[in-house]
Structure formats: structure tokens, C-alpha cells
Design a protein around this ligand. Structure first.
Ligand code: M6R
Length: 589
């Protein structure tokens, strides 16, 4: 979704610094971009474009020590140059970038029009710059931004710059803003990854905080009262390297290859956070797992793991539906929200509602300091490191690893959980070896031009099927559906015709026999059976060898699907890191 970057400092090429910051935010997904600087004679100049940044430059902008920039993912108004940010005030002295949705923009706009403001875009964002301009007639910039912000309904972040000034003002509510502290330079961004090439020392704005930033000082205010606040900077653990592709062609592939190491380090973590999580679950009066997309499938897998390993019942829901499930929540209920970004609006909205019911909120999140992290009573980190590809891979595997360990901790046999995870890590490593990759690439070539793919499994292979189907859809745009294998004969089997690729998960557990029977039924209707199992079987037309790892087999099974999705994207000339229409963090409803 939209990205924000602002710079003020001693460098005189602010436009390039900002453009570079925007490039680091590209992975979030966007359809247009823009940069503005306060240049010669204090005039604000702007450069905007539709599409990706690519090889574009900002050479038309003058030398400057201050600038702001934005990558836009269109919500209100089409993908046009006019609608892209930064937006300017009528007198062109104020420049503004915005993330979020201004829910009351139409009424604000109507009033501003009567006050003689001229709008040039169709966006909700533009009202914010005219509001600031209107208030600036009476107040200084900080106070004008604060007062304007208080008039906005919804979850929003603004960064504002004025001509002839060396200061930026940023304010946020429910939309992330991070301040980066450098040497005679300071920055703001919607994502810490955009800052790590400059500094690892940051501060995450909390809801309704406003920050006044110039090259040597950063002053924090409570946006509601206008009073100054003290704050504590933090030093990020990961540096710039963790956010780079290195030797890999795409972030997605790099992130897939990081997975064995991530699983191993979760298993060997001597601080054992999953024991604490198990204790919180034990003490609660019912647990609800909540997530969206891939994280929702991690929740579903968690419900199987808790049942199978710990004989504990947990509920689960997708974030956007969870709000309709809240009526029974009590003050001892536990909501465990899973999210890579920690910024997914559907999750944030529903957990906020759960909090009003006095439920305890815990999160398993991959981004330190994210909105969900701040909102929760208990925070657990996934520990997968920055995930830049739009498709979630390593964060999902990290979530599964924690849920598996937690289920063993609940059962009182943490050490067995550790062993299972290490087995899963080894199985993933094998799959990533030369032979595994060769066989997946060959399969991708074989099925790259099909119209439909079906993925089936039972038990823990059911969430695996859903997740693998989602990955293939996202990456290759091939219509792919995941099903519980037992549902086939209740309707789905009518879709199978001669040659339809059917991926059948058949780990050697209690589901094996039934899965093989399902594969036979599919084959009898013409299905082309891709069996994912540690042993070949005569019903398989194509065999992918995945070593069993007890309850951890879901992990290598999903990794197979991630790799297939990746190589299908390559075969079909799709961009695996930035699939069409998708954004990395979905910060709107
Ligand atoms: O950041 P989150 O984990 O909360 O994101 C949830 C979903 O938007 C995300 O998993 C999405 O489904 C991805 N595109 C999956 O690859």
C-alpha cells in the first residue's frame, strides 16, 4: 500500500534521497509516485509519475536539503498524475503526503470549496493540504497540521512540508510512521526498512502522536492536547543487508531459501517465547486465532495443531469476519492475532473491537513496533526478518513454527516440539537441494499454461492446500483452488476434466489412505495427479518427494507450493515480487 518518505538534513540532494527511500518502499505495492522539495528561492517543486519508478530520475527538481515523497496505491480517484502525491496548497507553499483514508473528505471538501480552495485531484488526500493551508492563516505549521489532523475521520498519517522551511511535520493515527535519527539529518517513513541505509536508531509514532522534525532536533507532541511528550528511541536489530536481494533474482526466492534457518532458530531460541504463549492460552477463557490471507491459513493450521498435539480447542476467523463473531467474547477470552506486517486494517479494526469487550489481545507479528504490536497486551515476534516480496512465505513458515512449538508446550513436551521442527527444517533443506528444485521447475514447465489447478489434502494438509492455492493464484494468475480432500465428492469433482492438474498432499500420517483414495477418484475423472509425499505411488502421474516430519510436514509441503508458485510465475513472465493489484501491507478496508 502507500509509502511515505521525508528527509531533512545536511545533504543537498534531498530529491534523490527521497527517491531512494521510495524505492525501498516499492515492495509494498503502488501504482504512481511523486517527490517534492523546497528548492531555489524557497519554492516547492514537484515531480510525479504514473507507474513504477523504474529508471526514472528526479533531476528536474532543484538542489534542496528537505523533501517528501510518496508511493500511491489508488483508493479514491484513478491512477493519474493529478491524483498522485505530494499534493500542494492553492498558494503552492505547502506540500503534503498522506496514507490512509479520510472518511469525511466529502464534507471537508465542500466546506473548503466555499472558502475558495481549488481542488485539482479526485483524492480524499487533497483536502488535508487545503485544511492545513486554511488553518495556517492563524497558526504556525505544527499547530495547523495538528488542528487539521483532528478534523480528519479515519486512520491516517500525514507528512507536511512548507516552502522556505527546514522542518517536516508528521502525524499519525493507525497508519505507521517511523522517525529515523541520523547525523545532522532526520527522516520519516512509513516503514523502517526505508531508513536502515541511513540509520538503525528509530522511533515508531504511537496513535495520535505528532512529530516536528528538522535536521538536528525531533520534538514529539500529543496530537490531541498539543502538549510535548518525551520518547525513547530504539535501535533496530537488522540492518540494510537483511532487506536486500543479495545473490537472488527475486526477494521471494531469497525469502524461501531463508526458511530452514528461520525454523531452526525458532526451535533453538533459548528464551522460549512459545512457552509463555502456551501459558497465556492456558490461563484464558477460550482462544480465538485471527489473521488475513496467508496468516488466516496459519490460524487454521494452528487450530489443527492445538487439537492434534495439545488436545486444546481454539477457534479461528479471518480478520474481516472476526468483527461479526465478537458477541460471546468475555474479559478472560484471548484473541491471538497473526500478521506479518502488523498493519493489516481488517485485523486492526477487529482486534480493537475485541479490546472493547475486554478480551486479552496477544499478537504474533513479524514487524517490531507495528500497529498490531503496539495495540496488543502481549507481543510475540515471528522472527523471520524483513519480508519484502508481496507474497508472504517465510513469515507464514515462522508463524507455523511458533504455533507448532506452542502446541507442544501446551502439551508439556516442548523438547518433542523442538525435534519435530528441526526435522521439518531438514526436510525443507532437502527440498531446496538440486534435485528438489529440478523436479519442481520441470513440473512448472509442464503445467504453466493450464487454466485451472486443484490442491487437496486432509487434516493439516487442508490448510496447506489453501495456502498453496493462494500462492499459485497470487504469483501466476492461474485459477487455483484448495479443498479439503473429503469435499471432492460433495461437488468439486465435477470440475475435473482430462488433464486437470490436481496436487494431492499425501504425508504418511493418519490421512494417507484416504488421500490416496481421493487421488484415485480424481484420476478416474482424468485428473493429472501430482503427488506430494515421501514415497511414490502408482496413482501419481508426477511425484514430488517431501520427507515427513510428523506434525511438521505441513512446513515442507507448503514450501513445495511456494517454489511451484515462484517457478510458475517465471514460466509465465509474471513478476514474483510484485504481483498485479496486490500490496504488501493492506492498510485499507
Ligand atoms: O501482513 P499480514 O500478514 O497481516 O497480511 C495478511 C495478508 O494480506 C497476506 O498474507 C496476503 O494474503 C499475502 N498476499 C499472502 O501472500
Amino acid at each position: 500500500m502507500c509509502g511515505i518518505f521525508g528527509y531533512t538534513g545536511s545533504k543537498t540532494n534531498a530529491a534523490e534521497v527521497v527517491l531512494d527511500g521510495l524505492k525501498k518502499l516499492e515492495y509494498r505495492g503502488y501504482d504512481s509516485w511523486g517527490v517534492s522539495v523546497s528548492g531555489a528561492k524557497g519554492k516547492i517543486s514537484v515531480c510525479k509519475n504514473v507507474g513504477k519508478i523504474g529508471n526514472a530520475t528526479v533531476k528536474t527538481l532543484s538542489a534542496s536539503t528537505i523533501g517528501i515523497g510518496h508511493t500511491r496505491w489508488a483508493t479514491h480517484g484513478g491512477v493519474t498524475k493529478k491524483n498522485s502525491h505530494p499534493h500542494l496548497s492553492c498558494d503552492k507553499n505547502i506540500s503534503l503526503i498522506h496514507n490512509g483514508i479520510i472518511e469525511n473528505y466529502d464534507t471537508l471538501r465542500e466546506k473548503l470549496v466555499t472558502q475558495c480552495h481549488t481542488f485539482i485531484s479526485e483524492t480524499d488526500s487533497e483536502v488535508a493540504v487545503h485544511l492545513v493551508e486554511q488553518l495556517r492563516k492563524k497558526y504556525d505549521l505544527t499547530e495547523s497540521v495538528r488542528k487539521a489532523f483532528l478534523k480528519l475521520k479515519g486512520l491516517n498519517a500525514l507528512v507536511v512540508m512548507e516552502s522556505d522551511s527546514e522542518s517536516l511535520v508528521a502525524v499519525s493515527n493507525g497508519s505507521p510512521v517511523v522517525v529515523g535519527f541520523g547525523e545532522h539529518e532526520n527522516m520519516v517513513a512509513s516503514d523502517a526498512d526505508a531508513l536502515t541505509s541511513h540509520t538503525k536508531t528509530v522511533y515508531y509514532l504511537k496513535d495520535s502522536e505528532l512529530v516536528y522534525v528538522n535536521k538536528d532536533t525531533v520534538t514529539l507532541f500529543d496530537a490531541i492536547t498539543g502538549k510535548k511528550k518525551s520518547f525513547k528511541k530504539i535501535v533496530l536489530e537488522h540492518g540494510e543487508k537483511a532487506s536486500q536481494k543479495g545473490e537472488f533474482k527475486h526477494f521471494m526466492l531469497k525469502e524461501i531459501y531463508e526458511q530452514p534457518q528461520i525454523i531452526t532458530s525458532i526451535a533453538n531460541d533459548t528464551t522460549m517465547p512459545d512457552r509463555k504463549l502456551a501459558q497465556i492460552i492456558k490461563e484464558s477463557f477460550g482462544t480465538y486465532l485471527v489473521g488475513c490471507g496467508t496468516a488466516a491459513y496459519a490460524c487454521l493450521a494452528g487450530s489443527y495443531l492445538f487439537s492434534k498435539v495439545a488436545k486444546t480447542h481454539v477457534n479461528w476467523a479471518v480478520g474481516s469476519e472476526f468483527g461479526y463473531h465478537l458477541d460471546f467474547l468475555k474479559n478472560k477470552s484471548l484473541v491471538l492475532a497473526l500478521s506479518q506486517s502488523g498493519e493489516t486494517m481488517d485485523i486492526l479494526e477487529s482486534v480493537k473491537k475485541a479490546k472493547t469487550k475486554k478480551a486479552t489481545l496477544a499478537c504474533l507479528v513479524n514487524v517490531y513496533g507495528s500497529s498490531l504490536f503496539r495495540e496488543s497486551h502481549y507481543n510475540f515476534m515471528v522472527g523471520a526478518g524483513p519480508e519484502k516480496a508481496v507474497a508472504s512465505t517465510k513469515a507464514f513458515i515462522g508463524m507455523l513454527s511458533h504455533l507448532l512449538l506452542t502446541s507442544y508446550a501446551l502439551k508439556g513436551s516442548y523438547e518433542d516440539g523442538k525435534k519435530t521442527l528441526l526435522k521439518a527444517s531438514k526436510s525443507v533443506k532437502d527440498l531446496l537441494g538440486k534435485d528438489g528444485i529440478k523436479s519442481i521447475k520441470k513440473l512448472a514447465r509442464k503445467i504453466a499454461q493450464v487454466e485451472h489447478i486443484y490442491v487437496v489434502g486432509r487434516g493439516l494438509s487442508y490448510p496447506a492446500s489453501l495456502e498453496v492455492a493462494l500462492k499459485i493464484k497470487e504469483m501466476s494468475y492461474i485459477h487455483t483452488e484448495g479443498f479439503a480432500a473429503g469435499e471432492l465428492k460433495h461437488g468439486v469433482i465435477s470440475l475435473i476434466t482430462k488433464g486437470t492438474p490436481c496436487i494431492v498432499f499425501a504425508p504418511h500420517d493418519e490421512t494417507y489412505g484416504a488421500n490416496i483414495s481421493g487421488a484415485m477418484e480424481l484420476k478416474a475423472r482424468g485428473g493429472y495427479i501430482i503427488g506430494v509425499s515421501n514415497k511414490d505411488h502408482e496413482v501419481f502421474d508426477y511425484h514430488i518427494s517431501v520427507k515427513d516430519a510428523l506434525e511438521g510436514t505441513i512446513i515442507p509441503n507448503v514450501v513445495f507450493g511456494q517454489l511451484l508458485a515462484y517457478y510458475l510465475a517465471i514460466e509465465r513472465d509474471c513478476d514474483p515480487d510484485m504481483p498485479r493489484n496486490l500490496a504488501k501491507s493492506v492498510t485499507v478496508k
